[in-house]
Design a protein around this ligand. Sequence first.
Ligand code: ATR
Length: 271
Amino acid sequence: MNNYFVIGNPVDHSLSPLIHNYWFKKYKINGTYEKRKLETNDLKGFTEEIRDNKNFKGSNVTVPFKNSIIPFLDELSNVAEETFSVNTIVKENKKLIGHNTDATAFEKTLEENGPWLALKTLIIGAGGVTPSIVWAIRSSNSNKIYITNRTKEKATELVKRLSPGLIGNGVEVLDWGEIPDASLIVNTTSLGLKQNDDLQLDFKKYRNKKDCLFYDLIYNPKETIFLSNAKKRGNYIKNGKMMFLLQAKQAFKLWTNVDPEIDEEILKIVD
Ligand code: ATR
């Protein structure tokens, strides 16, 4: 039996076990996938345990460990290195390799909507997932990225860590509340997870703008206030459901070499 995990804190809410266990069954793969709630002090021990466990084949990593897990891994994929973020660990010959399928999943969802969307992008937030979004937008030939974060210094620090390739034609940090013209506006903050959570940013200049997409990485609730306001203004909207499913699909393929289908059953699990 092959063992897989998702590590995080909190991790109770994670839907990843339902998805991966469904795929193991569907594709007749002898695997189990479990949640493990860890503290930061446990990361070293966890990586030692899985390196030596012959049944262990892989793990997902979720908030808040996507960055802090890195020192305990043996190698990183290019994307993980550029985004200093790992959401998937693959064991190859006792080596733990860190990958980032959040970034490649977000990129894929952009392709589905048309890369023109990312010509000018506003990213709201400067947390752990933000470098993955910058990476994906850069891969879609974006010419300008703006970042606005409640704590501006955090955004400035984040931009300093980005490689020249990701900076590209410029990543500009704006004051909190400064809203530029963009065709893609992405909420990467955690604000929206709770009912009545509202960023309180003023997007009235986007009224009736049909050529821009408001994208929230949150998928539960399905429609945050950020998205419902955008819909009322007449903008396109998208939540994080497809990105979440695609990161899982890509992780599953890395572990098993099987490219699983996002079928009706999976869509129901995440609904
Ligand atoms: P991480 O993703 O690294 O775990 P986080 O603490 O979950 O970080 O925060 C993610 C983002 O949500 C940050 O950009 C945070 O802004 P700050 O850097 O100013 O803390 C943003 N965020 C959280 N609550 C917010 C709020 N009430 N208003 C605006 N932004 C908020």
